[in-house]
Design a protein around this ligand. Structure first.
Ligand code: GLY
Ligand code: MN
Ligand code: MN
Length: 437
């Protein structure tokens, strides 16, 4: 474990802002334990986004308690120092150094949580905690709540009111401040470099896995910590599997290649998809369909501004894609009926985009009061129309089978419109063909 690349005051400032929203309440966040990969090897650890967002602390098996207005507001429960384990697995802060380095009001051993937590919770009226997320912590929190109630015996006070911590923080995280916008622009810049490296490397005969390797090398060389999600490196028919994970097939002459990949930079994600021919030159069929999807993506992007909803952008996208499906002989019938019956789902089974931030599918409500949520300045969204025609689809024109196309960019909502922070990654046919040659 090490200190984050980020000034610790960033986390203190976030806690100050959150304190305004939950006076008289406590918030508890948990950092899950490491997860066994095989035998004595663990999966690479990545801190929970909310935990990191408020503390900057990256060690597993930690609990953060925040009680705005109480004498000790911010408290971390962390693993003890353990020289033997540290020899094998690396440095641990331990309570003392955690308090000093992460500038919290107190830090204790995680072993003391059961004893101390009820005293901390006895001072508040309400607890923000997400149940049913890390199951192993639920019983620990339940015990703390029971013991808290016991402390208040005969006072007539009932159980603490519980509210959802992730919804609370989702609403905080959905609007990015200037620091966060810069992190996301940097993630986009790294992604631009890495995507263009793939465009330079692709050729018939290369394995998807080798391209994935070049991508990881490229983002790491520019300061990324890791991929923001498991990258999709899909040639030919593989691109018709939305979350294709194997990335181990040979890219063949004549096929399209779909790459959906992005780095994580200081815990902020980039999420970009490009589709282009393995051999560098679009065939007539590929060109015709790609160009229509590109025009569609660009006209959706033009509409993105405060007040617009993702729901309406999806409606517009479906309407345009059904036109395309009818023109290409993928669907037959009357447009309105095809839309009403959702027949388009066969070739476009996902949404037009999602919130983007620390999580690739970032937190934040998508509806408010039952209505689709309006975009606001400071939000970041993806716009990613696609069309997927599996090889096995005997109803589709033969020439189109095995074609999966998606074009995805990341947009920061501004006062009057949007800033496409991934716009430097080529997507025009002429730019792609130039790059690929
Ligand atoms: N990479 C996952 C997505 O585009 O939503
Ligand atoms: Mn994506
Ligand atoms: Mn996406």
């Amino acid at each position: 474990m090490r200190k984050p690349n980020v000034d610790i005051n960033v986390f203190i400032e976030r806690r100050k802002q959150l304190a305004q929203l939950i006076p008289g309440s406590a918030l508890i966040l948990t950092a899950h334990p490491e997860y066994i990969r095989n035998n004595d090897v663990f999966h690479a650890y990545r801190q929970d986004s909310n935990f990191y967002y408020l503390t900057g602390f990256e060690e597993p098996e930690s609990i953060f308690v925040f009680r705005p207005g109480c004498e000790k507001e911010s408290i971390l429960f962390v693993r003890n120092k353990d020289i033997e384990r540290e020899t094998w697995d690396g440095f641990r802060y331990g309570p003392e150094a955690t308090q000093k380095e992460f500038k919290v009001d107190a830090a204790y051993s995680i072993d003391k949580f059961e004893e101390i937590a009820p005293k901390l919770l006895a001072e508040v009226d309400k607890l923000y905690y997400r149940f049913f997320y890390f199951k192993e912590y639920d019983s620990i929190i339940e015990k703390a709540l029971l013991d808290t109630k016991d402390l208040k015996r005969r006072s007539g006070v009932g159980n603490l009111t519980i509210a959802d911590s992730y919804q609370l923080l989702g609403e905080k995280r959905i609007i990015k401040d200037e620091f966060e916008k810069d992190q996301m622009r940097k993630a986009a810049e790294i992604n631009t470099f890495a995507h263009t490296q793939i465009m330079k490397a692709i050729k018939p005969g290369i394995n998807e896995r080798e391209l994935h390797g070049i991508f990881i090398q490229s983002i790491m060389s520019q300061g990324a910590t890791r991929e923001a999600y498991g990258g999709i490196f899909a040639s030919g028919n593989n691109a018709t599997t939305l979350h294709y994970v194997f990335n181990d097939q040979i890219c063949k002459e004549g096929e399209l290649f779909l790459i959906d990949a992005g780095p994580e930079y200081n815990y902020y994600a980039s999420d970009v998809t490009r589709t282009y021919p393995v051999n560098g030159k679009f065939s007539d069929d590929q060109k015709r369909i790609y160009e229509r999807l590109l025009q569609l993506q660009k006209s959706v992007i033009e509409q993105v501004k405060p007040g617009i909803t993702m729901f309406n952008l999806q409606k517009f996208t479906i309407s345009s894609l059904v036109d395309l499906m009818l023109d290409e002989g993928l669907l037959k019938g009357i447009k309105d009926e095809l839309i009403m019956n959702m027949d388009y789902l066969k070739y476009y089974p996902h949404g037009i985009g999602h919130w983007l931030g620390m999580d690739v599918h970032d937190s934040g409500l998508t509806t408010i009061g039952g209505e689709p949520r309006q975009l606001e300045p400071g939000m970041v969204v993806t716009i990613e129309p696609g069309l997927y025609i599996p090889e096995s689809d005997k109803d589709a024109p033969k020439a189109l089978r095995g074609m999966g196309i998606r074009i995805e960019d990341n947009l920061l909502i501004t006062e009057n419109g949007n800033e496409v922070i991934t716009e430097k990654i080529p997507k025009e046919i002429s730019d792609l063909e130039n790059f690929l040659s």
